[in-house]
Design a protein around this ligand. Structure first.
Ligand code: SF4
Ligand code: SF4
Length: 173
């Protein structure tokens, strides 16, 4: 074997490393200080949405629970009144829970919802140390109010919010 051959191989190896260090972008993300952006179709932790006026979109219909293949959602509905209104229409979800240990993030609940109330967001930071804490209640899932005076329940004028399901945009538009 030529005595120079190991030196050449060593040089080639070092050059490969130097190429990575000098010319390739760093891919390490300093999590949790930095967070990598998720893909547009990423399905993370659920959020219960509100309308711009602060009313909750969820009407307690339980279609999401019926569609869930993992039986992860529990909904209990109660009646709205105009003095104590949580959502448009007759009913709202007085209890809404998702068991995150059961959830498989399939998005069927989102597809089944007639008011687009339940949405799988981009939050992937789920951690719990016991099974009870894995059940996320409505208070944890509900989106923050747009401003402090828009929290639910609201006292509203009579016969204004009579429709449970809003007029949807024509999909052919
Ligand atoms: S994402 Fe799928 S498994 Fe999770 S709660 Fe919704 S329907 Fe159930
Ligand atoms: S999240 Fe949607 S489907 Fe589920 S109970 Fe509320 S309105 Fe019905």
């Amino acid at each position: 074997m030529n005595v120079l051959e190991p030196m050449v191989e060593l040089g080639r190896g070092l050059w490969t490393v130097m190429k990575q260090v000098l010319f390739n972008p760093v891919v390490t993300v300093q999590y949790p200080e930095q967070k990598r952006e998720v893909r547009p179709r990423f399905r993370g932790r659920h959020v219960l949405k509100r309308y711009e006026n602060g009313l909750e979109k969820c009407i307690g219909c339980s279609l999401c629970a019926a569609a869930c293949p993992a039986d992860a959602i529990f909904v209990e509905a109660s009646e709205n009144t105009d003095e104590k209104r949580f959502s448009p229409g007759e009913r709202y979800a007085s209890t809404y829970e998702i068991n995150m240990l059961r959830c498989i993030y399939c998005g069927f609940c989102e597809d089944a919802c007639p008011t687009e109330a339940i949405v799988l967001g981009d939050n992937y930071e789920l951690s719990f140390t016991n099974r009870r804490d894995a059940i996320y209640p409505k208070e944890m899932l509900l989106e923050a109010v747009p401003s402090a005076n828009m929290t639910t329940p609201q006292a509203v004028d009579a016969n204004v919010f009579t429709r449970s399901v809003p007029e949807m945009k024509d999909p052919q538009d």
